[in-house]
Design a protein around this ligand. Structure first.
Ligand code: SAM
Length: 247
């Protein structure tokens, strides 16, 4: 309990981030270091939560709405609970080195943001990056913004937030949002069904940068359909996580 309090305190978070930046600048950043930072930072921005009462469900969502309202949403579970930190670190280390050392511009899109734990983590990694959060219901992150800022997030700038329904083809909508920018990192942590994952990937496809990484969470099978539809892309499956890249 005491240790958790210390780890979650703002100054420890700030020190961890300074150490991360130092490791990047001196090029000693390793996947293992980044993995630890990702786990600790997720915890600091709220960590694992479940049973968050749903307030809005897409009218196009074919799953029984009553059951969805009963179960609620879960978040802050990417790095520690699901154990995706190792894979995230593996893919993000080189992007992070390239971004910081070459002062590169970067655009990160997360679909399904709930209270914004993920967006706060991406902000810590890419403080000057363009952060775009998409969700059917933005009320959770709006309410949680004070907490995230109090823990040190979004000091440079606030993330851009847009209402977004994964059951729609959002290709034109994304074009308007991105306004000429390409997507370098995309994270789909929304509905998790094959239908929505494939439709969202289709909507993002015209805007993915020449080199990108696209994480699809919490679906163990969809990688097969992605491989079939996009044979030119690299698709790695690691349990319930799928990572699509073009490098
Ligand atoms: C697993 S939670 C996201 C957790 C979050 N990424 C985090 O880091 O804590 C799933 C999110 O998907 C959103 N969602 C549900 N249906 C959606 C839809 N049709 N389109 C877009 N987002 C949806 C929910 O509102 C919820 O915020």
């Amino acid at each position: 309990m005491f240790m958790k309090k210390v780890l979650n305190s703002n100054w420890v978070g700030a020190v961890l981030t300074i150490l991360l930046r130092l490791a990047i600048r001196t090029r000693i950043l390793s996947d293992e270091m980044l993995k630890k930072w990702l786990v600790l930072t997720e915890e600091r921005y709220g960590g694992f939560i479940k049973g968050v009462k749903r307030r809005k469900i897409s009218p196009r969502d074919p799953r029984p709405h009553e059951a969805l309202y009963r179960v609620g949403e879960q978040g802050g579970d990417r790095m520690a609970f699901h154990g995706y930190a190792r894979k995230y670190a593996e893919y993000l280390t080189s992007i992070l080195l390239n971004y910081i050392l070459n002062d590169r511009q970067i655009t990160i899109v997360e679909i399904g943001i709930l209270k914004g734990t993920g967006l706060a983590i991406w902000d810590g990694l890419f403080p000057k990056g363009r952060l775009i959060g998409l969700d059917i219901d933005l009320s959770y992150i709006v309410e949680n913004m004070g907490f995230l800022k109090g823990r040190g997030a979004f000091k440079g700038k606030k993330p851009e937030l847009y209402e977004f329904d994964q059951y729609l083809d959002n290709s034109h909508y994304m074009g308007r949002i991105l306004n000429g920018d390409g997507i370098d990192i995309c994270v789909d942590d929304g509905v998790h069904t094959a239908e929505t994952i494939l439709l969202t990937l289709k909507s993002m496809m015209p805007y993915l940068s020449k080199q990108f990484v696209y994480f699809v969470e919490d679906n163990p099978d969809v990688h097969e359909q992605i491989r079939k539809r996009y044979p030119r892309l690299n698709v790695e499956n690691a349990g319930e996580l799928t990572i699509i890249t073009r490098f």
